[in-house]
Design a protein around this ligand. Structure first.
Ligand code: ZN
Length: 145
Protein backbone atom coordinates (compact mmCIF):
# COMPACT_ATOMS: atom_id res chain seq x y z
CA UNK A 1 0.00 0.00 0.00
CA UNK A 2 1.35 3.47 -0.84
CA UNK A 3 1.78 6.18 1.78
CA UNK A 4 -1.07 8.11 0.26
CA UNK A 5 -3.45 5.19 0.52
CA UNK A 6 -2.42 4.65 4.08
CA UNK A 7 -3.09 8.28 4.97
CA UNK A 8 -6.47 8.02 3.31
CA UNK A 9 -7.37 4.89 5.26
CA UNK A 10 -6.22 6.33 8.58
CA UNK A 11 -8.06 9.59 8.11
CA UNK A 12 -11.28 7.83 7.19
CA UNK A 13 -11.04 5.38 10.08
CA UNK A 14 -10.30 8.16 12.54
CA UNK A 15 -13.16 10.44 11.44
CA UNK A 16 -15.57 7.52 11.19
CA UNK A 17 -14.79 6.51 14.75
CA UNK A 18 -14.69 10.04 16.18
CA UNK A 19 -16.78 12.23 13.89
CA UNK A 20 -16.25 15.96 14.45
CA UNK A 21 -19.22 18.30 14.91
CA UNK A 22 -21.59 15.32 15.11
CA UNK A 23 -24.69 16.98 16.54
CA UNK A 24 -27.68 19.11 15.56
CA UNK A 25 -27.46 22.91 15.83
CA UNK A 26 -30.43 24.34 17.73
CA UNK A 27 -30.04 27.76 16.15
CA UNK A 28 -29.16 26.71 12.61
CA UNK A 29 -30.07 29.20 9.90
CA UNK A 30 -29.83 26.63 7.11
CA UNK A 31 -30.60 22.89 7.18
CA UNK A 32 -30.89 20.12 4.64
CA UNK A 33 -31.10 16.31 4.59
CA UNK A 34 -29.33 14.16 2.06
CA UNK A 35 -29.56 10.48 1.17
CA UNK A 36 -27.54 8.13 -0.96
CA UNK A 37 -29.93 5.22 -1.61
CA UNK A 38 -27.24 3.22 -3.40
CA UNK A 39 -25.39 2.75 -0.12
CA UNK A 40 -27.96 3.66 2.53
CA UNK A 41 -26.20 6.81 3.72
CA UNK A 42 -28.46 9.43 5.33
CA UNK A 43 -27.44 12.65 6.95
CA UNK A 44 -28.59 16.10 7.92
CA UNK A 45 -26.36 19.16 7.71
CA UNK A 46 -26.99 22.23 9.90
CA UNK A 47 -25.32 25.56 9.19
CA UNK A 48 -25.40 28.71 11.23
CA UNK A 49 -24.56 31.81 9.23
CA UNK A 50 -23.61 34.81 11.35
CA UNK A 51 -24.70 38.41 10.92
CA UNK A 52 -21.67 38.91 8.66
CA UNK A 53 -22.98 36.08 6.44
CA UNK A 54 -20.02 33.88 7.25
CA UNK A 55 -20.31 30.32 8.51
CA UNK A 56 -20.30 30.51 12.28
CA UNK A 57 -20.99 26.85 12.95
CA UNK A 58 -21.64 23.75 10.91
CA UNK A 59 -22.59 20.27 12.05
CA UNK A 60 -23.95 17.00 10.75
CA UNK A 61 -25.73 13.94 12.07
CA UNK A 62 -26.76 10.70 10.46
CA UNK A 63 -25.95 7.13 9.61
CA UNK A 64 -23.95 5.66 6.81
CA UNK A 65 -20.77 4.04 5.70
CA UNK A 66 -17.33 5.06 6.92
CA UNK A 67 -16.59 7.12 3.81
CA UNK A 68 -19.78 9.18 3.97
CA UNK A 69 -19.31 9.85 7.68
CA UNK A 70 -15.62 10.67 7.45
CA UNK A 71 -16.20 12.97 4.51
CA UNK A 72 -18.97 14.81 6.39
CA UNK A 73 -16.82 15.07 9.50
CA UNK A 74 -13.82 16.50 7.66
CA UNK A 75 -16.14 18.81 5.75
CA UNK A 76 -17.57 20.34 8.92
CA UNK A 77 -14.01 21.01 10.04
CA UNK A 78 -13.33 23.04 6.89
CA UNK A 79 -16.05 25.67 6.61
CA UNK A 80 -15.95 27.88 9.69
CA UNK A 81 -15.43 31.51 8.73
CA UNK A 82 -16.18 30.95 5.04
CA UNK A 83 -18.60 33.14 3.11
CA UNK A 84 -21.43 31.48 1.22
CA UNK A 85 -19.58 32.07 -2.03
CA UNK A 86 -16.37 30.52 -0.69
CA UNK A 87 -18.36 27.58 0.65
CA UNK A 88 -19.93 26.90 -2.74
CA UNK A 89 -16.53 27.12 -4.43
CA UNK A 90 -15.11 24.57 -1.97
CA UNK A 91 -18.01 22.20 -2.63
CA UNK A 92 -17.47 22.27 -6.36
CA UNK A 93 -13.71 21.78 -5.99
CA UNK A 94 -14.25 18.78 -3.73
CA UNK A 95 -16.90 17.19 -5.93
CA UNK A 96 -14.69 17.61 -8.99
CA UNK A 97 -11.80 16.09 -7.07
CA UNK A 98 -13.62 12.92 -6.02
CA UNK A 99 -15.18 12.52 -9.47
CA UNK A 100 -11.73 12.81 -11.01
CA UNK A 101 -12.76 15.80 -13.09
CA UNK A 102 -10.23 18.31 -11.83
CA UNK A 103 -6.73 18.75 -13.16
CA UNK A 104 -3.62 19.23 -10.99
CA UNK A 105 -4.46 22.90 -10.42
CA UNK A 106 -8.19 22.41 -10.02
CA UNK A 107 -8.36 22.48 -6.24
CA UNK A 108 -6.50 25.60 -5.04
CA UNK A 109 -8.68 26.06 -1.96
CA UNK A 110 -8.86 22.52 -0.62
CA UNK A 111 -6.83 21.67 2.47
CA UNK A 112 -4.44 18.72 2.09
CA UNK A 113 -6.59 16.56 4.36
CA UNK A 114 -9.45 16.97 1.89
CA UNK A 115 -7.25 16.02 -1.05
CA UNK A 116 -6.73 12.51 0.31
CA UNK A 117 -10.30 11.83 -0.85
CA UNK A 118 -8.92 11.82 -4.36
CA UNK A 119 -8.47 8.07 -3.79
CA UNK A 120 -12.25 7.65 -4.02
CA UNK A 121 -12.28 8.26 -7.77
CA UNK A 122 -10.92 4.74 -8.22
CA UNK A 123 -14.13 3.37 -6.69
CA UNK A 124 -17.06 4.83 -8.66
CA UNK A 125 -19.67 3.41 -6.29
CA UNK A 126 -18.03 5.36 -3.45
CA UNK A 127 -18.02 8.75 -5.15
CA UNK A 128 -21.62 9.37 -4.06
CA UNK A 129 -20.72 8.40 -0.48
CA UNK A 130 -17.85 10.88 -0.38
CA UNK A 131 -19.79 13.73 -1.96
CA UNK A 132 -23.14 13.26 -0.13
CA UNK A 133 -22.42 15.67 2.73
CA UNK A 134 -21.06 18.24 0.30
CA UNK A 135 -24.11 18.19 -1.95
CA UNK A 136 -26.26 18.36 1.19
CA UNK A 137 -24.33 21.40 2.43
CA UNK A 138 -24.87 23.09 -0.92
CA UNK A 139 -28.63 22.37 -0.75
CA UNK A 140 -28.70 23.64 2.83
CA UNK A 141 -27.30 26.98 1.65
CA UNK A 142 -30.29 27.22 -0.70
CA UNK A 143 -32.67 26.37 2.09
CA UNK A 144 -32.95 29.05 4.74
CA UNK A 145 -34.83 27.90 7.86
ZN1 ZN B 1 -21.80 5.10 1.61
Amino acid sequence: MSDKNELYQQLILDHNKNPRNFRRLKDATHTCCGTNPLCGDELVVDIKLGADKRVEEISFEGTGCAISKASASIMTDSFTGKTEEEARALVSEFVNLVKGESGPDGTPHLAPKLKVFKGVREFPSRVKCASLAWHTLESALDNMN
